[in-house]
Write a protein that binds this ligand. Structure first.
Ligand code: HXC
Length: 513
């Protein structure tokens, strides 16, 4: 063969692979409103930056006539490129090629990309669209999944990992995304379940549609498996780009800092947020919006456990992770789901050097036999654990209620908060005034001529004396009681001060799960 023939051969080989599963399969994919793996990668990355790895990999399966079967790129496109100028590694399963099913070589390609990403210290983004384990490859396919799970776990906390679900994701295949830091699902196009509707019907007789069982709606509202549901593939991939902007490429690096021109950091609107009556709710998003840089907020799991808000944002151009009780939902109390949601987010921020901003208005852990029997002790303990071992800057602002164990659990001074600020509306106490008055003054209330009037008087007395920030401030549990309007300025200053905060990494512990 001449050199030019060899070059022509390379081009022919490339053309074969670049055609994905062929025009018919590509057409079917497009008719379903879905893009191909290669089109998705183009949408994700900065224009023209993708470099493919392992384009010419072939499977080695011969069972059930597979020996003759050509599966371009073995059903997964892998490589690296740039997002906002920073390198990320990516794999995209190609449903047009044997249903994107995962066999030995398909898995090996994904593993190679993960190994490269870890060595280079760069994030990995997985675009999942697959019929699951390639049935013909039997245990080789299962081993492939095992190899990926192993790497997901070993990369965890070292490089960011993001999964986008853009089609079916069934069986053990859902566990790789579940081991990554974020799952983004495309609404009405993606599903995740361990056992699908037909298996459930056969084994338990339960009838349920795939969408109801494991669609984006289910996983962003009921199960909490997914962090975001996007309205389209493009929206999902834009969300990946945005997420990466809050994170460093690897642990040990600082997150990218956005340019910020300091101005008047006073936010007078914060003075009017807290209602006069302590039991009236308000939307904590109003506080978050006022303390973050404009348009910098990205909320995660907004529709799941909405009694706690978790979001990324920026203050003075620096990335922060905000954890805020939401009085609008369940009075902002902490239940099992809220504890799990917040704990995982805090752990992630700690791994990637994103400082924590905790906005506290919490009446307590949610009481009730349901919560106790489902293990609120175990789940609530996760919050205590992750806040205590977190080494990133920890800034707490007590807006209003901070009662009992939940006061401690929302990153009190005792759990290592670097700064605790309190608004004058803060109520830091063992419990709310009504409950406390009933216990402390029970005998006097019962003996009074007008017990109701006596109760009201005692509640008022307790509120004035204890439901304030000043007792905590008198002991130094609060560093300063501040004017709400000045909150952003104080946080900005604290972040500046803690920029070089030294990490004293905690040896691997045993977080309650
Ligand atoms: C081999 C597969 C495949 C698979 C799809 N294909 N899934 N080949 N192994 N798992 C092939 C089909 O044979 C077909 O090939 C092509 O991909 C397109 O699939 P269609 O069925 O035509 O597509 P569609 O009608 O859209 O249906 C999609 C689907 C269905 C719902 C995903 O293909 C399906 O049910 N697949 C099997 C799902 C499954 O049970 N997977 C195993 C899960 S258990 P041709 O040649 O006809 O084009 C698992 C264990 C992992 O993953 C454990 C890890 C620990």
């Amino acid at each position: 063969m001449t050199t030019s023939e060899k070059i022509a051969q390379l081009e022919a080989e490339s053309a074969r692979v670049l055609a994905c599963g062929g025009p018919k399969a590509v057409d079917k994919q497009h008719k379903l409103g879905k893009q191909t793996a290669r089109e998705r990668i183009e949408m994700l990355l900065d224009k023209g930056t993708f470099t493919e790895v392992d384009r010419f990999v072939r499977h080695r399966c011969t069972a059930f006539g597979m020996g003759e079967k050509d599966i371009p790129a073995d059903g997964v496109v892998t490589g690296y490129g740039k997002v906002d100028g920073r390198t990320v590694f990516v794999y995209a399963q190609d449903f047009t090629a044997q249903g994107g099913s995962l066999g030995e070589m398909h898995a090996a390609k994904i593993c190679k990309i993960m190994d490269m990403a870890l060595a280079a210290g760069c994030p990995v983004v997985g675009l999942c669209d697959s019929g699951g384990a390639r049935i013909q490859e039997a245990v080789d396919a299962l081993s492939g999944y095992g190899q990926i799970f192993y790497r997901n776990a070993r990369c965890s906390g070292r490089i960011p990992q993001i999964s986008v679900i853009m089609g079916p994701c069934a069986g053990g295949a859902v566990y790789s995304p579940a081991l990554t830091d974020f799952i983004i699902m495309v609404d009405k196009e993606s599903q995740m379940f361990i056992t699908g509707p037909s298996v459930i019907a056969a084994t338990t007789g339960e009838e349920i549609s795939g969408e109801e069982l494991g669609g984006a709606d289910t996983h962003t509202t009921v199960s909490g498996v997914a962090h975001l549901a996007a309205g389209s593939e493009e929206e999902a991939l834009q969300a990946v780009r945005k997420l990466l902007g809050y994170l460093p490429s690897r642990a040990g690096e600082k997150p990218p800092r956005m340019p910020y021109v300091p101005g008047d950091e006073n936010r007078p609107e914060l003075d009017g947020v807290i209602p006069d009556h302590s039991n009236l709710p308000y939307d904590v998003h109003d506080v978050i919006d006022a303390i973050l840089d404009p348009d910098s907020c990205m909320e995660l799991q907004p529709w799941y456990a909405d009694n706690i808000v978790t979001c990324f944002g920026r203050i003075g151009g620096r990335s922060v992770g905000v954890i805020a009780n939401q009085p609008f939902s369940m009075g902002g109390s902490l239940d099992i789901n809220a504890s799990d949601k917040a704990a995982r987010f805090i752990q992630l921020c700690d791994a990637f050097d994103v400082p924590l901003v905790n906005l506290v208005d919490v009446p307590g852990f949610l009481p009730g036999a349901d919560q106790e029997h489902a293990g609120i002790i175990r789940h609530g303990a996760k919050l205590l654990y992750v806040y205590s071992v977190a080494e990133v800057p920890k800034l707490t602002v007590v807006l209003r209620k901070a009662y009992g164990g939940s006061y401690l659990a929302m990153c009190s001074k005792d759990l290592g908060a670097d700064f605790v600020y309190a608004w004058p509306t803060a109520e830091i106490a063992v419990m709310g005034a009504a409950g406390a008055a009933n216990v402390v003054f029970r005998k006097e209330i019962q003996a009074a001529e007008d017990p109701e009037a006596a109760r009201a008087e005692k509640i008022e007395l307790y509120s004035r004396q204890f439901a304030t920030p000043y007792m905590a401030a008198a002991r130094g549990f609060v560093d300063l009681v501040i004017h709400p309007a000045q909150t952003r300025a104080f946080l900005m200053e604290a972040l500046e001060l803690l920029e070089q905060k030294e990490r004293q990494p905690h040896p691997r512990g045993n977080m309650p799960l």
